[in-house]
Design a protein around this ligand. Structure first.
Ligand code: DLL
Length: 433
């Protein structure tokens, strides 16, 4: 039987949800107008005042916010509450330019943790569970958000953070952890290491995993589930909107329910900014309805996905987003063709290779070069050149039929591609250097 953390709101009918969204949007726009001069100026430039926003049907009148705005407004320009009311910051893991700093009031943290508790309950979690939180703690939102959510539910949490894989495994086995939270690439690595240590899926006490923070394919889900003997659930979120728990998978695992009482989602064409109908693929845009410390309106996430309002078998009524296939800024354009790392992952896993790969792109004589390094498993490893070439050809053919372009495939020895403890780095694009 499906269980909910906040059934009344998670299963509310559309009329009730719309009424909540209308009321919260009007009050949020007023809050931003009164407290965030940076955004008020953007509204004035677009010729819109807070009086113009009377319901969600007026949302399209508001200007978009982009990552560039967040950088320009760094650090306090988008702060929505007095600093004395804020109790914490988190920050993005951006490698270039200024980091984004998000502020939280205590109420913001409570709402965020409730969203995480909804996700945990949807994955079958109860207060009887032992949850190992192997997302990073600190400025990254993964560790703190999920740990807080589990406390709302009364679970025993193991706030181990990322890294030190053998210690992670010792705690899973000794404390009989039942739920694991980390990035999917780290879950895959934990599985690989547990196998090496001789643990099969039946020896491992885990029953579920809540994995997110990076794009991952259905094939990778299948692989992780098989090695760890668990059911794997996707969770989505971003620092700018609080962190994990903006959307999460339920037992149907057919898209992630967006917490619509807190966020309004739109899909737009990233080039023209035109709003697209449900089912069409485009960039996800979010408006936060009740966050006060860092209240973003129409924030362009750069994540590419689709939305559906079709009825879900779990009973939740909140709309669902598809797995993001990647970020528009992660998308590679190679010889004019759009390539997402997740497409390469799908080909490799379908052919029985592990998700340990690296994509190297360069430009030589004005032409893009495209190489995919793929790690062999110890069972595949051989010095028979004919066999290696055959495998390389097979992968190259698979990539050609998925992407329409040819890649140079190099098979490399087991354990030669660095493992990540957080978000995996799959692409080296030398054209940008
Ligand atoms: O990654 C928050 C998070 C922590 C989500 C733990 C889930 C679990 P940021 O570091 O700000 O926050 O990165 C946000 O990560 O815009 C997406 O591009 C990507 N992302 C997050 N979740 C998923 C997911 C956290 N389930 C950025 N699938 C987002 C694909 C994801 N991409």
């Amino acid at each position: 039987m499906e269980r909910y953390f906040q059934e009344e709101i998670e299963c509310a009918d559309r009329e009730t949800l719309t009424a909540i969204q209308n009321e919260r949007l009007v009050s949020q726009v007023r809050h931003v107008w009164d407290n965030v001069p940076y955004y008020r100026k953007k509204m004035e430039e677009k010729g819109v005042t807070c009086e113009d926003i009377k319901s969600i049907y007026d949302l399209h009148k508001l200007p978009f916010l982009s990552k560039a705005d967040l950088r320009e407004a760094y650090p306090y320009g988008l702060l929505g509450a007095p600093l004395s009311d804020c109790v914490r910051i988190h920050s993005t893991s951006g490698t270039t330019g200024k980091r984004v700093v998000a502020f939280y009031t205590q109420e913001d943290i409570d709402l965020w943790e409730e969203c995480c508790a909804r996700a945990l309950t949807a994955a079958g979690g109860t207060k009887e569970d032992v949850c190992q939180v192997s997302y990073g703690f600190g400025l990254f939102t993964g560790g703190a958000g999920l740990n807080g959510g589990y406390h709302k539910l009364g679970c025993l949490t193991v706030p181990i953070s990322s890294g030190n894989t053998d210690r992670q495994i010792m705690f899973i086995m000794d404390l009989k952890a039942t739920i694991l939270c980390c990035t999917p690439s780290y879950a895959a690595y934990l599985g690989e290491r547990m196998k090496e240590l001789g643990y099969g899926p039946d020896d491992i006490p885990l029953k579920a995993g809540i994995f997110g923070a990076e794009a991952w394919s259905e094939e990778m889900r299948r692989d992780i589930e098989k090695t760890l003997g668990i059911k794997a659930f996707d969770i989505y979120g971003l620092t700018e909107l609080s962190g994990p728990g903006v959307a999460f998978e339920c037992s149907a695992r057919a898209g992630m329910h967006i917490n619509e009482d807190h966020f309004i989602a739109e899909i737009i064409n990233p080039e023209t900014e035109e709003i697209l109908p449900d089912g069409e693929r485009g960039e996800l845009v979010f408006t936060s309805l009740d966050k006060k410390g860092f209240p973003l309106l129409r924030y362009r996430t750069r994540d590419i996905c689709t939305l559906t309002r079709e009825k879900c078998s779990c009973g939740r009524t909140h709309l669902r987003m598809s797995k993001p296939m990647g970020r528009s800024d992660d998308m590679l354009i190679i010889r004019g063709v759009n390539v997402f790392p997740s497409q390469i992952e799908t080909v490799l896993l379908n052919l029985g290779y592990p998700a340990n790969y690296q994509i190297i792109v360069d430009r030589v004589n004005n032409t893009d070069t495209f190489e995919v390094k793929v790690e062999m498993t110890p069972e595949m490893f051989t010095d028979n050149l004919g066999e290696v070439e055959g495998r390389q050809r097979q992968i190259s053919d698979g990539l050609k039929s998925m992407l329409g372009i040819k890649a140079k495939v190099s098979l490399v020895a087991p354990k030669t591609i660095a493992r990540s403890e957080g978000k995996a780095v799959r692409v080296i694009d030398n054209r940008k250097i």
